[in-house]
Design a protein around this ligand. Structure first.
Ligand SMILES: *Cc1c(COP(=O)(O)O)cnc(C)c1O
Length: 368
């Protein structure tokens, strides 16, 4: 870790390597690991993270939107890229940039075939998304016949993989539901196999399923949060290293007398002599208002300082009474002394939302 002079999200690629190796150790040799780098690599830096993963042997990436795949291509990523949630308006660009669409509805299948035929494609790789209970995207069982009808009439596309997504792979109380999803997936995939004259890859597992349902790894797993260092479980977190540390500095220190207030709407009032610090980070940077008024806190030289008053757009104020520090000193929001999961919990949310919410305004510093 280094010292910063402004708000900075440090991204440690060594930690990424550690997490990759841990997750890989849970998988059989012939199972492929797809690196999920959507949402700027879960708020880190998607291209840097993808380059590191490709060095480590990852041959497949996933993004949510077409734009994210295009940006990886612009940055020189040449591996296969699955676009999990494309729209028909993106299909020409998907083909032009060699991205691979998730096909999740009859409409999307029909429109993609139209575009592939128009552009003279043969066997263009597509990925069929099955809905096994999440009820978000995907075909249900009685739509499989329709898929066959379309596929039998064209040679423009070829099914490279069949996949689905689990609703609660991290939650043991939902074990029965997850097993039902796996059963449905096997049944639907088998029907598809019977009708296609080749065997596409199968995948359903996200990070928590890699750990909790090793029998569901099939040909490939899709890992996001685990690579970034979070396991949705304290025991698994012990084996992972969060790759991001969010740091800022003290802009100004104030000495308040009892009765003085701090910030908008005077949400904090000092009941005794209080020393406060103002930090250059606010809700426009992803530190949302729910962390205000004492719910969240930060660390200065390993000492805890609560956020006081309302979070502003570009600033927060903290109570540093009794902490020896000066203007310019470093402050850590998460990483190091405070696990991001703990910070997220203080604001009533989860690590996924916290880390993907750190806005693009915050400087990223990559540590190789
Ligand atoms: C985001 C996403 C993943 C990755 O899930 P993690 O829990 O972060 O490992 C996998 N598959 C799909 C369809 C996703 O949307």
């Amino acid at each position: 870790m280094s010292t910063v002079h402004e708000t900075t999200l440090e991204i440690d690629l060594k930690a990424l390597e550690h997490n990759y190796k841990f997750l890989r150790s849970k998988l059989a040799k012939d199972v492929e690991l797809m690196g999920v780098v959507k949402a700027f690599g879960y708020g880190s830096e998607s291209s840097e993270v993808a380059k590191k993963m490709s060095e480590l042997g990852v041959g497949y990436f996933a993004v949510a939107y077409t734009k994210e795949g295009v940006s990886l291509r612009d940055d020189g990523i040449t591996e296969s890229i699955l676009v999990l949630h494309p729209q028909s308006i993106n299909f020409q660009e998907i083909i032009e940039r060699c991205l691979e669409p998730s096909i999740y509805s009859e409409y999307v299948l029909r429109e993609f075939i139209k575009t592939a035929e128009k552009l003279g494609q043969k066997d263009y790789p597509i990925h069929l998304k099955l809905n096994t209970g999440l009820n978000r995207l995907g075909f249900i069982e009685n739509e499989l016949e329709t898929i066959f009808d379309y596929l039998n009439k064209t040679s423009s596309v070829k099914v490279k993989s069949i996949f689905s997504h689990l609703a609660a792979s991290e939650d043991w109380r939902e074990r029965e539901f997850t097993l039902q999803q796996l059963g449905k997936f096997r049944k639907m995939a088998f029907k598809l196999f019977e009708n296609l004259k080749y065997r596409p890859l199968l995948h359903i597992s996200n990070t928590s399923a890699i750990i909790n349902y090793p029998e569901a790894a099939f040909d490939m797993v899709r890992s996001g949060i685990g690579l970034y260092g979070f396991g949705n479980d304290e025991k698994i977190n012990k084996n992972l290293k969060p790759i991001g540390t969010l740091k800022t500095i003290i802009s100004q220190i104030h000495h308040l007398a009892a009765g003085e207030s701090v910030g908008y709407n005077r949400a904090f009032t000092a009941i005794e002599k209080t020393k406060t610090a103002t930090l250059p980070i606010g809700h426009a940077d992803g530190i949302n208002r729910q962390y205000g008024n004492g719910r969240g806190g930060v660390y200065i030289k390993d000492q805890y300082a609560p956020i006081i008053g309302n979070v502003c757009m570009d600033m927060i104020m903290i109570d540093i009474t009794g902490i020896e520090c000066e203007e310019g000193d470093e402050v850590i929001l998460f990483g190091g002394p405070q696990h991001a999961t703990k910070f997220a919990t203080s604001g009533n949310t989860i690590s996924y939302e916290l880390i993907t919410g750190i806005s693009q305004r915050v400087k990223r510093h990559i540590i190789k």
